[in-house]
Design a binder for this molecule. Structure first.
Ligand code: ARG
Length: 470
């Protein structure tokens, strides 16, 4: 290392240090290679801070103007790719501050008055999460739109509904699609709720105890678009539960995406063959020429574990930290960023997949003919004729057993055989055994009847058009 670099480094930590930081430590502790993505927030935060310092008479107006303009220039350089990031300057904050001082001289050295990197990084991160909440919300809205498209496009299409992955009762394809709409709706509501706790400003908490300068925290908070200022400076610099909460929401999003993925993997198998995915969203095999594999949903299902892992990493990161700031907190970013990037890419690709998938009418129609999907309807029919439900259950159970033994479906029984099951059975039983009749008898709110599902679709469209995060 040259003499000048050596002195430069010493300057980084000021007079207290007799030795420059070891290269090993420098490398080990640097975060600029990942936290540089916070540069827009860092610059905005610093500009607001400088303006506030000057309005409060702590630095001169000229210095504040120089700082604001200098930071604009640095932003331009970063965007353009000409900014020189230096690992020895540790993080995004010091890289920008050093570049500012190099650019505008002494005024740059006044920016950090009444501020610490501790409140600075917490502020940057909150602004970043706030922005990303908006982006994730838009991705979720796009996916919801794809489910609405599927529900609208194929209204009336009947498919088997499952419990325990065993055929249960017939349901509408649209009903199934709108079930996912609901899940992602709740995720968006969770995001909105999370945003309330994210959008509070730590700036002014300084290192941990606040500052003896007469700053105006509300001025910076307002300028940066925060709803309020953090109440307690110790908490403000050391709390990351806002990020944990956001990652938790990403985890529930991934959990929902993973359930969907699992269904798509099953549905595209030849055993189900319920849907056809667009060729452009599938892959072939390098050895088996016949294959069309659902790699995208498989990857989404796999990446879910990765996002869950980040949540656990963050919770574990926090669990042993004494107040207030500890350097451990630097580890929050990669977990957060990767959870975010992963979930965002999954949401994006799944929107295309959902919008482009084609239900196979032929197969679904065929598949609703088997599996005794209307057995419950037959039991309910007997109840309506006066039998107690348990007794009706028994009668139908026996009929199903008889069918299984003779390799038939309930619909294969002729009227005489049906009547022989129980004296109260009459000709009107036939429409009860029909899957379409079954579906359309379920028009209670939330049910699978065509009228009920049309109502759900209308409500979903209304909700999607009207929901706004702020
Ligand atoms: N890079 C640090 C982080 O991400 C910034 C804060 C550093 N503060 C400190 N006292 N060393 O947490």
């Amino acid at each position: 290392m040259s003499k000048t670099q050596e002195t430069n480094k010493k300057k980084l930590w000021g007079g207290r240090f007799a030795q420059a930081t070891s290269d090993v430590v420098e490398k080990f502790s640097a975060s600029e290679h990942f936290d540089r993505r916070l540069y827009p927030q860092d610059i905005l935060g610093s500009q607001a801070h400088a303006r506030m310092l000057s309005r409060c008479g702590i630095i001169s107006k000229q210095d504040a103007e120089k700082i604001v303009a200098g930071l604009e220039e640095i932003k331009r350089q970063i965007r353009q790719g000409s900014f020189e990031w230096r690992a020895e300057l540790e993080d995004v904050h010091m890289n920008i501050e050093k570049a500012l001082t190099d650019l505008i001289g002494e005024a740059g050295g006044r920016l950090h008055t009444a501020r610490s990197r501790n409140d600075q990084v917490a502020t940057d991160l909150r602004m970043y999460v706030r922005e990303q909440i908006m982006k994730v919300d838009r991705l979720l809205a796009g996916l919801q739109g794809a489910f609405i498209h599927q529900a609208r496009e194929h209204m009336g299409l009947i498919m088997p509904g499952f419990t325990h992955l065993q055929k249960a009762q017939p349901v509408l394809w649209s009903h199934h699609m709108l079930a996912y709409f609901e899940m992602f709706k709740r995720d968006r509501l969770r995001l909105r709720d999370c945003l309330k706790r994210v959008n509070i400003c730590p700036l002014g908490s300084a290192a941990l105890a606040g500052t003896d300068f007469e700053i105006d925290r509300y001025m910076t908070a307002r300028e940066l678009g925060f709803d309020d200022v953090c109440t307690n400076s110790l908490d403000a610099v050391s709390d990351r539960d806002f990020a944990i909460e956001f990652v938790f929401v990403l985890c529930t999003v991934m959990m929902h995406l993973s359930r969907l993925s699992e269904e798509l993997v099953l549905w595209t198998s030849s055993e189900f063959a319920f849907v056809e995915l667009p060729d452009a969203f599938c892959t072939g095999s390098s050895i088996m020429p016949q294959k069309k594999n659902p790699d995208v949903p498989e990857l989404v299902r796999g990446k879910t574990g990765r996002v869950y892992g980040h949540l656990i990493a963050l919770l574990t990161l926090m669990k042993g930290l004494p107040l207030a700031y500890n350097r451990d907190l630097q580890e929050d970013k990669e977990a957060l960023f990767d959870a975010l990037d992963t979930a965002s890419s999954c949401l994006n690709v799944m929107k295309f997949l959902v919008a482009g998938m084609e239900p196979r009418y032929d197969r679904l129609q065929e598949d609703t003919k088997t599996g005794f999907l209307t057995a419950t309807d037959l039991a309910d029919y007997l109840v309506k004729k006066g039998l107690p439900f348990r007794q009706a259950h028994e009668v139908v159970g026996k009929a199903v057993a008889r069918c299984i033994a003779s390799n038939r479906e309930l619909t294969d029984l002729d009227l005489a055989e049906l009547k022989s099951l129980h004296p109260s059975i009459q000709e009107d039983v036939l429409k009860v055994l029909d899957v379409k009749g079954s579906v359309d008898s379920r028009n209670c709110p939330g049910g699978t009847g065509t009228e009920a599902v049309k109502e759900q679709l209308k409500e979903a469209e209304r909700w999607l058009a009207g929901f706004q995060l702020l």
